[in-house]
Structures are given as structure tokens and as C-alpha cells.
Design a protein around this ligand. Structure first.
Ligand code: NAP
Length: 310
């Protein structure tokens, strides 16, 4: 019998990476469902906007500025949650930035920054969350990985490696919790989306020479719903949607073929897009652009496809 909360009402939930994309969507849904939400990211103006929206819907939220690559700032988020609400029921480690391009075209410092944010940052978050969970005797850690956690991807080499590291960390943590007899009250889940139309693509550093594209992007709402579900029904691996599920299975059965197919699709897509000068995106400093849940990428891709046909 597990001891995870069955309903979100009055749960204390920390969302790291709450200002746009999945994090924004999940924070709003959780707040409207009655959770007390601690909203963390770098864009304070967006966090205040979400805090106000949750309060206007009758919920409770507090904003906490945080750059996840700094352990002190991550620990301060945990302190804010505990000082304000007395505990942390769920910690959602949702932050992630990308660097698009062939490995040798991406400056090495940008790749190191992706590791600092996507892996070291999530490790800082996991550490802060687990210290609190073990003290209080319960908790759910939700890490946002990717289908790249299972299937490596060309043009996103270092990003995909950080997502594999996130899944590996989550699996080992669940084993350590089992060894300590704590696995019925503390659990680590990994969300594994396919490519999704969010601001992530415009926030990524990009050295491909082209606007970002990917085939058959999913709608962000299915990932937002999976994150919300994981808060009360966490699973170690949570691929989201039909494409992530089939790619995950395919990689277990035919690893080389699946990797080749994914790389070929990424290569074909990237070359179809309009040109873009090299950019570091939001990996070092946040960008005001891309503040919604959706990213408008599918709309642009459709326009590019129509223009190519004429
Ligand atoms: P997004 O809109 O760019 O969301 C990223 C979030 O992380 C934002 O709230 C951003 O806020 C925050 N963030 C970035 N750098 C940060 C830092 N150094 N410190 C603290 N917060 C930081 O894109 P998204 O698609 O929703 O991404 C959410 C997660 O899903 C990421 O882990 C991403 O890798 C993963 N994912 C995305 C896709 C996809 O295709 N979209 C697919 C699979 C997995 P600030 O800029 O305000 O800090």
C-alpha cells in the first residue's frame, strides 16, 4: 500500500521551470485543483503573472526566483516552501534547455551550460527534495526527462545525454529508496515526452543555421496532464503519447534501427527550415519571448511547408 497523496487539494507542490511551457501549464492546473504551488524559474514577471492567475482562481501560490544551476538558489526554493507551507509533497524538476546543432558546431561552453542546467540543476533539485521527503517521511519527485532519455538524438547530442542522465539518476534513486524501505512513501517519476510544440525550441541555443523544426510535434497539453498525473500516481518511466511510447518500445527491441531513423528524421527536418543565425537562446540569460504554454512552432512549420510548395 503506497502512501502518496491521492488528491491534489492542499498538496504542497514545487514547480521548477514554471514560467513557460509544460511547467506553466502544470502550475496553473495544480493551483486550480487546490494545490499550494511554489513557482520557480528566472523570469520573475511571468512567475508573478501565474501566481496572480492561481490566486484569482481561488488557489494559493508563491513565486521564488531561481537559477537551477546554483545549488544555493535551489535550496532557497525548498526553504521558501517549508517555511511557508510546512512541508513539500511533490517536487517537479521540470527545467531544461537545449543546444541544437552538430556536436562540433556547438561551442563547448554552451554544451557545458546545458549539462549545468539540465543535469547538475536537476541533481540539486533532487537533493533538496529528497532531504525534505526523508525528514517528513513522504514525497514524490517528478523529473522531466524526454524520449531522448531512452533514444539518443543527432543534432541534440549533449541535450539527449543529459536527459539519459536524468532517467539514470531517477532509476538509481528509486533503488536506494527501496534499499532503505522508503519506496512505498517516496517515489521518483520520469516524464518522457516526444517533441512538443512549446517555447523550448525558441529558447534553445541553435547552431544548425536553421529555425528549429521536428516532425509530428505533440500538443503540450498531453505532457501537462502527464505531469499532473505523476503527482498522485508516479511511475518510474512515463513516456507521453503514442509516438514516445512506440519509440521507447522500438529502441528496446531495435536500438540501432531506432537511433538511425531518429537521426535521419532530425537531419531531414532541420534542413527544411528557414535560416537562423547562431544564437545562445535562453541558456545563459532568460528571454522574454516564449512565455506561453504553446510555442507556435507547428504554425511556422506549416507556413514553411506551404511556401516550399508554391
Ligand atoms: P520551456 O517553455 O522553454 O520551459 C523551460 C522552463 O525552464 C522555463 O520555465 C524556463 O524559465 C526554465 N529555465 C530554463 N533555464 C533555467 C534555469 N537556468 N534556472 C531555472 N529555470 C530555468 O520549454 P518546455 O518544453 O516546457 O520544457 C520543459 C521541460 O520539458 C524541459 O526539461 C525540456 O527539456 C523538456 N522537454 C521538452 C520537449 C519539447 O519538445 N518541448 C520534449 C521533451 C522534453 P526561465 O527562462 O524563466 O528561467
Amino acid at each position: 500500500m503506497t502512501k502518496f497523496r491521492e488528491d491534489l487539494k492542499d498538496s504542497v507542490i514545487v514547480v521548477l521551470g514554471a514560467s513557460s511551457g509544460f511547467g506553466r501549464g502544470a502550475a496553473l492546473k495544480l493551483g486550480r485543483a487546490g494545490a499550494k504551488v511554489v513557482l520557480a524559474a528566472r523570469r520573475d514577471n511571468l512567475l508573478s503573472e501565474i501566481e496572480n492567475d492561481i490566486r484569482a482562481a481561488g488557489g494559493e501560490a508563491v513565486a521564488a526566483h531561481c537559477d537551477i544551476s546554483d545549488a544555493k538558489e535551489v535550496n532557497a526554493v525548498a526553504r521558501t516552501a517549508v517555511e511557508r507551507y510546512g512541508r513539500i509533497d511533490v517536487w517537479i524538476n521540470n527545467v531544461g534547455v537545449g543546444a541544437l546543432g552538430l556536436f562540433w558546431d556547438i561551442p563547448v561552453e554552451d554544451q557545458a551550460r546545458v549539462i549545468d542546467v539540465n543535469f547538475k540543476g536537476l541533481m540539486f533539485g533532487a537533493h533538496a527534495a529528497l532531504l525534505q521527503f526523508r525528514k517528513q517521511g513522504h514525497g514524490v519527485l517528478v523529473n522531466t526527462g524526454s524520449i531522448d532519455s531512452e533514444v539518443p538524438l543527432a543534432y541534440q547530442t549533449t541535450y539527449a545525454a543529459t536527459k539519459a542522465a536524468v532517467l539514470s539518476m531517477s532509476r538509481s534513486l528509486n533503488e536506494e529508496l527501496r534499499l532503505g524501505g522508503e519506496n512505498d512513501s517516496i517515489k521518483v517519476a520520469t516524464i518522457m515526452p516526444w517533441a512538443v510544440d512549446t517555447p523550448w525550441w525558441s529558447h534553445a541555443a541553435n547552431y544548425t543555421g536553421h529555425q528549429p523544426r521536428m516532425a509530428a510535434m505533440d500538443d503540450p497539453e498531453i505532457v501537462v496532464d502527464a505531469i499532473v498525473k505523476a503527482c498522485t500516481d508516479p511511475k518510474e518511466e512515463m513516456p507521453v503519447g503514442a509516438k514516445a511510447h512506440s519509440s521507447n518500445i522500438s529502441h528496446h527491441v531495435f536500438p540501432d534501427l531506432t537511433e538511425r531513423m531518429s537521426a535521419t528524421i532530425a537531419d531531414r527536418e532541420v534542413k527544411k527550415a528557414g535560416s537562423l543565425p547562431p544564437t545562445t537562446g535562453s541558456i545563459y540569460e532568460p528571454m522574454q519571448e516564449g512565455s506561453g504554454v504553446g510555442g507556435g512552432i507547428r504554425r511556422r512549420m506549416k507556413e514553411e511547408d506551404q511556401a516550399r510548395r508554391h
